[in-house]
Write a protein that binds this ligand. Structure first.
Ligand code: IPE
Ligand code: IPE
Ligand code: MG
Length: 248
């Protein structure tokens, strides 16, 4: 779609985070193996990345694999890792062309070596890009992230870098995987479930949350734009009254 075909949006979120759910059920409904749904989901990823880039979203975080997803059958886990690797290999040129910087959050050390090395290479090769930051949550869990953050803060305290009394919200932000990124303004979950499933527990404290029944492989630009339009009409109060917000 040409940029002039985009609707007039009143407010563009700086950071959009998406729980890409529903691949398995989408495939099962078509009497196909679950991996068929995961493969189809890659097209939706391309669509939201492109749209985010066109609209000027700064950060797009995609929940691709949770720390709990390791509990799935071995063939699904290895199939997902294969898809991830070929996505990274196949998208590098497009990311370079479109000025997209890739980063990741999660327990990178748990990923298979072959995936980790492609991931790290892609991160390095795109590190100078700046139009959009594509942040992949891989082996990511909000609770693991917080535990990891607390442990590093305790170590820094013991090393005398600061004292416990200095620990505040902004210091915690610096020790999370998402250090340096703005908090998500908009969090979308496809696939019809109404839960966070351990996604960005700290960072999403004031995100506007949208749940859509659309399964991830069916999620297209038009679905995304519809949510973005509604996002623009929501009043974000951050604890204040509506009158305070409207008069500011
Ligand atoms: C989300 O789709 C993708 C991953 C968790 C990797 P699911 O695989 O959870 O799909 P459903 O929820 O079973 O339909
Ligand atoms: C959340 O989806 C994780 C990802 C989309 C990567 P799940 O399908 O794993 O979540 P639950 O198990 O239904 O809560
Ligand atoms: Mg699911």
């Amino acid at each position: 779609m040409e940029p002039d075909a985009l609707p007039k949006l009143t407010r563009i979120p700086r950071h959009v985070a998406i729980v890409m759910d529903g691949n398995g059920r989408w495939a099962e409904k078509r009497k196909q193996p679950r991996l068929f749904g995961h493969k189809a989901g890659v097209d939706s990823v391309r669509d939201v990345v492109e749209t985010s880039r066109e609209l000027g979203v700064e950060v797009l975080t995609l929940y691709a694999f949770s720390s709990e997803n390791w509990k799935r059958p071995e063939n699904e886990v290895s199939g997902l890792m294969k898809i991830l690797k070929s996505f990274l290999q196949g998208e590098l040129d497009r990311m370079l062309r479109n000025d997209i910087r890739l980063i990741s959050i999660g327990e990178r050390e748990k990923l298979p070596d072959s995936v980790r090395s492609v991931l790290e290479k892609t991160i390095k090769k795109t590190s100078q890009n700046s139009a959009l930051t594509l942040n992949l949550a891989l082996s990511y869990g909000g609770r693991v992230e917080i535990a990891h953050c607390v442990s590093r803060i305790a170590e820094a305290c013991l090393a005398g870098e600061f004292s416990p009394a200095d620990i505040d919200e902004s210091l915690i932000d610096k020790y999370l995987y998402t250090a340096g990124l703005p908090d998500p303004d908009l969090l979308i979950r496809t696939g019809g479930e109404h839960r966070l499933s351990n996604f960005l527990l700290w960072q999403a404290s004031y995100a506007e949350i949208f749940f859509t029944p659309v399964m991830w492989p069916d999620f297209r630009k038009s679905d995304f734009l519809q949510i973005l339009e509604e996002f623009g009409s929501r009043e974000r109060r951050f604890g204040k009254t509506g009158a305070q917000i409207r008069s500011s």
